[in-house]
Write a protein that binds this ligand. Structure first.
Ligand code: ZN
Ligand code: ZN
Length: 341
């Protein structure tokens, strides 16, 4: 059995990339040092912040809430609250919500829950079904991602948040990086940095990823140590996503050449630098959606576009005619996509 590189006690974690092993105590020190270093390096938080932690109830976001809540006890200018988005996924979300409630109540953390059904009009399960009936080409993760990001920004702003922290770990980020390389979507790659922005839209709340340099394996161990993970985790829609395959591929790669995930992260940072120099991705969040008034990368935001395609949102002829040219054309195209079978 491996021994802790620091104290020689039995190790609970071996980092193959660095060759270091840690016992529980020294793993937690290593983890905390690493996250705090990331937060400093990318200037994620100022001395006075209302940090809204975006929580799904899964191990990564619960670990992040636990970590920031504890850290905030030592930073007088910080307030940490939690925002849970309930997509309405049967047989999955009910369990993670229970874990979330237990934690926020035990720790006296203010929170808000925002549901797809209340805000969008339908649960994700219903939306997926509607999309299939209309013959739309999207995977469940597309609807979920678009509506979740939309509600996250809106709700965090309404809560008075100055910054939103999400639980994305290194694995999530390099998976998305590869997915966007395959999709040839370089503007999205620019947005994969540890801090989103700079955005000057007054309705946009800055997003940060404190676990940017932490492996999924490490957030899992952190969650297990703190009783935030009991093994039941996987979203039923996950195997349908392209991410599922990419994740498997990267894990096999890491198995063969330890450190591959870190290399991919460094590659992403280089790519972001080069793309920024070419002005790619700069138009992000520059628009205000002509329908809902939320910040958007397009004249009509992705959430409103999807709602139009699904028939959830209907606009009168008059309203459509009154829209600015570019926005009107986007609305008409979205309605057409929804009609096509
Ligand atoms: Zn030790
Ligand atoms: Zn909109």
């Amino acid at each position: 059995m491996a021994k802790c590189s620091i104290c020689g006690r039995p190790a609970i974690y071996v980092s193959r990339a660095s060759g270091l092993a840690f016992c529980e105590k020294h793993f937690l020190e290593y983890f905390s040092r690493k996250v705090r270093r990331t937060m400093r390096k990318y200037r994620m938080f100022g001395p006075r912040e209302h940090i809204v932690v975006a929580v799904s109830g899964g191990k990564d976001s619960m670990s992040l809430l636990h970590f920031l809540h504890n850290l905030s006890k030592r930073v007088p200018g910080w307030r940490v609250t939690a925002l849970l988005i309930d997509e309405g996924i049967k047989g999955y979300r009910e369990y993670t919500i229970k874990r979330f409630f237990r934690f926020v109540e035990e720790n006296n953390i203010d929170y808000k829950i925002v549901g797809f059904r209340e805000e969008i009009g339908y649960t994700l399960d219903e939306i997926v079904k509607m999309g299939r009936e209309r013959g739309l080409p999207y995977l469940p993760c597309t609807y979920c991602g678009v509506f979740r990001r939309y509600l996250l920004n809106k709700a965090a702003r309404e809560m008075g948040g100055t910054v939103v922290a999400t639980g994305h770990n290194l694995d999530d980020i390099v998976q998305t990086y590869l997915m966007n390389i395959i999709g040839n979507d370089w503007a999205k790659i620019v947005r994969l940095g540890p801090v989103s922005g700079p955005s000057h839209h007054p309705k946009f709340v800055r997003k940060v990823k404190p676990f940017y340099e932490v492996l999924e394996k490490e957030t899992t161990i952190y969650a297990i140590i703190h009783g935030l993970y009991d093994g039941f985790e996987e979203c039923p829609y996950a195997p349908l996503s392209i991410r599922w395959n990419i994740r498997k591929m990267i894990n096999q790669l890491e198995e063969r050449s330890p450190g591959a995930k870190y290399s991919l992260l460094r590659s992403l940072e280089t790519a972001i630098d080069i793309l920024r120099k070419h002005g790619i991705g700069e138009e992000e969040q520059l628009y205000t959606c002509a329908i809902c008034g939320e910040p958007s990368a397009h004249p009509i935001c992705r959430a409103c576009q999807l709602k139009l395609e699904l028939g959830i949102l209907r606009l009168s002829e008059e309203r459509i005619r009154s829209l600015p040219e570019k926005a009107r054309r986007m609305v008409e195209a979205a309605i057409r996509r929804g009609e096509k079978r």
